[in-house]
Write a protein of this length. Sequence first.
Length: 132
Amino acid sequence: IVEGLMTTVHSMTATQKTVDGPSSKDWRGGRAASFNIIPSSTGAAKAVGKVLPALNGKLTGMAFRVPTVDVSVVDLTVRLEKKATYDEIKAAIKEASEGKMKGILGYTEDDVVSTDFVGDSRSSILDAKAGI
């Protein structure tokens, strides 16, 4: 990965407002969580660099808080040093999910929505049909 943009879509959290009100952090953060899509800052891209040092400084990110109660999504768009097709990327992730990353990384080609992942113990699951 040469560089990338990581857009996270987070479920609402306990720190968000249930109705519009003041926020010490930012104006948008004071808006009602249960019926707004709220753009927000995120430290997720920096956190990835700490966990995977090879990606340190290569990712930038943004976030949206959405009115769902559980499950988050990451849309990762990257520029690669070496050419790779989406099918090759899917195959590598599927192989890892069935091998050394089993139980941590998941892979699905099912027609899923967010509630299908509630209670799933894996850290990350590639929804193969959601990518391009």
